[in-house]
Design a protein around this ligand. Structure first.
Ligand code: MOS
Length: 694
């Protein structure tokens, strides 16, 4: 039904848009349950050690305070799979900011005052939070995040590097970065007759339900977790976080429904972050620009609580032909908060380093940086030898160059000056893997001619609800306004998280299956529907988890123009332009928003974002939005996102590759290369703040 307003590929407006802008949409701690109490956490003030004693008497004397939970009186929970969730279970302090007590009160204000009055005595131990590239305790992990091998080697990378006529040996540093979604990690929990009900700001409540059921030792059927609206997550809400565990514990302890929104200053220590990555990149090439040896070695940290290794050397396994290569990770376990997923983990810091090194190689070769990437394009994935299901990197580069006005660029740095401002342009590639997970969904035809589609998808602001409506309407051959979509509730058919740019592909596959089957049954159905309608259930287990003979990745190209004030050291991005090849674009309105959002995040990474692990105290010096600077409107210039329509038969029924993350991937490298073009100076540490520039 290509002309219906819901058709795939058309810019349908968000189904919940009006609810959001009018304030009708309810977020996790906006459900005013009868008898609701409020909780406030007490973070550890030492970086390593034990809680010796908690004196709650002053807190309990604060008017309105109902209870103070500590490791001594909090409900005992079963050991979680994710050790960051084992809160208030023992006296350990594995890093500063770890929760050591929780105050429950009649109002958030009383809870906060009570939290300030809790007196905690510690047995501190020495701590160590300093990451250096030569730490002797750093080791090569078997697997980095995403299941990627810690180390891959092909041929003789060192020998081939040494014998290459053109060589670049360079190092980069990406600082800790924080997700900081607009809505903090927040939950409201209520126990009624052994049943737990929670509203949780999460990227996937099927997992939250499983986790809570296991930890509180109740059947999964006794737990319902809802996330109807979520104010962003960028990966940090991809797994359950302490907020929902603490809220459920506090509700159990007090017998009251309890709401807990983690204070923003506590987020960096409690909800994951992108760990520091130290990169060494060596590229050896022939005079023709063809890479002979690619070596990308990454050193990063994880916490003592669990191993999470940012897979930042992984893009080198996919991007360019290199007969000899080594891509390796090393990780040191420090007394730091546990790192985790942040938008395009691995690819984002990895491509900053690799693509910056490509710019340095282009300069060493005297070759245009677009052409250098073109001559190193490949048909098969270098690491696996599998053919790409589709790869239109060169088309993205060419189309981006055309739209940006790259042709005729004077490659010499420092040539465009107006007053005290130097201007330059830069380019970088982007890549992100195509991921998909099994999902279930149901589709029901109702006697009034409407349809009800149910799947526990989560819309974290991406437009997922809207696009799933399009997928369903398309498969049913029905107009979009006849299709109702129910998502964001763990009582709905089980579904994977909104993460890894895989949500629409995963949920959409099950929705498509259910709707296609329903349409088929309706087509042969004679007479009126039974009172309860007709329903079809789909489960893509076995379809969506099958391996592939193809390497499946989205690609893109970023172009940036920056101005550098030589007096103040201020760097401003004038223009950002991205062109993406990400399969079929299902909704240009919401897709553009995703791409642009990713590019703005990359702009922040390039110019303003970053935090510091304080060696004295052991936590992040920048913990709120006054100190951790995300771009504001005045920082964000013209941002254009375009795409190449890609028809890839090796994906999923929606034909999409996923678009949530690729926009951030190469942006910082394009900005960094534009900075070099403007000034002639290579900056190899982010962000490009005035103190570094001058
Ligand atoms: Mo994304 S970091 O997988 O939510």
């Amino acid at each position: 039904m290509p002309d219906a307003p819901a058709a795939l590929g058309t810019p349908v407006v968000r189904r919940e848009g009006l609810d959001k802008v009018t304030g009708r949409a309810r977020y996790a701690v906006e459900h005013r349950l009868p008898g609701l109490a409020h909780a406030w956490p007490v973070p550890a003030r030492v970086a390593c050690g034990r809680v010796e004693r908690v004196d709650a008497s002053a807190a309990l004397a604060v008017p309105g305070v109902l209870a103070v939970l500590t490791h001594e009186n909090a409900p005992r929970l079963a050991e979680p799979d994710d050790p960051t969730l084992a809160v208030l279970q023992d006296d350990r302090v594995p890093h500063r900011g770890w929760v050591v007590a929780l105050v429950v009160a009649e109002t958030p204000e009383a809870a906060r005052e009570g939290a300030g009055a809790v007196d905690v005595a510690y047995l501190p131990l020495d701590h160590d939070v300093l990451l250096t590239p030569d730490r002797p305790d750093a080791y090569v992990p078997e697997k980095a995040n995403g299941g990627h091998p810690g180390l891959r080697e092909h041929g003789d990378p060192d020998g081939a590097y040494a014998s290459s006529p053109v060589r670049v040996d360079t190092a980069y540093r990406v600082p800790p970065l924080h997700n900081h979604p607009m809505e903090p990690h927040a939950s409201t929990a209520r126990w009624t007759d052994g049943r737990l009900e929670a509203y949780c700001s999460s990227q996937g409540t099927t997992t939250v339900r499983q986790t809570l059921a296991a930890m509180f030792e109740v059947p999964e059927e006794s737990v319902t977790v809802r996330a109807e609206h979520v104010g962003g997550g960028f990966g940090s809400k991809g797994t359950p976080r302490p907020d929902v565990v603490l809220a459920a514990m506090a509700a159990l302890h007090t017998g009251r429904p309890v709401a807990l929104a983690l204070p923003r200053r506590d987020l960096p220590a409690l909800v994951g972050h992108r760990a520091t990555t130290l990169h060494r990149v060596r590229l050896g090439a022939g005079e023709d620009g063809r890479i002979r040896s690619l070596v990308h070695e990454v050193t990063t940290y994880s916490s003592r609580v669990k191993e999470f290794v940012e897979q930042a050397a992984v893009p080198g396994r996919t991007m360019y032909t290199a007969p000899h290569s080594r891509t390796a990770h090393r990780v040191a376990r420090l007394d730091v908060p546990t790192p985790s997923w942040m938008r395009a983990p691995g690819e984002t810091p990895g491509m900053y380093a690799l693509e910056s090194a490509m710019d340095e190689l282009a300069e060493a070769l005297g070759m245009d940086p677009v052409e250098l990437r073109v001559v190193n394009d490949c048909d098969v994935e270098p690491d696996t030898g599998k053919p790409f299901s589709s790869r239109h990197l060169v088309e993205c580069l060419r189309e981006g160059a055309r739209r940006f006005g790259w042709e005729g660029r004077d490659p010499r740095p420092g040539r465009r000056r107006a007053g005290q401002v130097l201007t330059g342009t830069g380019v970088a590639s982007a890549t992100y893997p195509v991921l998909v997970s099994p999902s279930t969904a149901t589709a029901r035809a109702l006697p009034d001619g409407t349809f009800l589609v149910r799947v526990n998808a989560t819309d974290i602001g991406t437009g997922a609800r809207t696009v799933l409506g399009q997928v369903a309407a398309d498969a049913l051959g029905a107009p979009g306004d006849r299709v109702r979509i129910e998502i964001g509730d763990s009582d709905l058919p089980a579904a994977p998280l909104a993460g890894g740019s895989s949500g629409t592909a995963s949920w959409g596959w099950a929705v498509h299956e259910a709707c296609v089957r329903l349409a088929r049954r309706l087509a042969v159905y004679q007479g009126s529907l039974p009172h309860e309608g007709l329903e079809e259930h789909a489960d893509t287990t076995g379809l969506a988890d099958a391996g592939s003979d193809h390497a499946r990745h989205a690609f893109g190209a970023h172009f940036a123009e920056v101005g550098v004030d030589t007096v103040t050291g201020e760097v401003r991005v004038n223009r950002l332009l991205g062109v993406y090849a990400a399969g079929r674009i299902l909704n240009p309105r919401t897709a553009r928003s995703q791409f642009v959002g990713g590019m703005v995040m990359g702009l922040g990474m390039a110019l303003t974002e970053g935090s510091t692990l304080d060696p004295a105290f052991g936590d992040f010096a920048e913990r709120d939005l006054a100190a951790y600077h995300v771009p504001v409107n005045a920082d964000v210039p013209s941002v254009e996102a375009h795409w190449i329509e890609e028809d890839d038969p090796h994906l999923n029924p929606t034909g999409g590759k996923g678009i949530g993350e690729i926009g951030v991937v190469g942006t910082a490298a394009a900005v960094g290369s534009a900075f070099h073009h403007a000034t002639g100076v290579r900056m190899r540490e982010l962000p490009l703040t005035p103190d570094r520039v001058l």
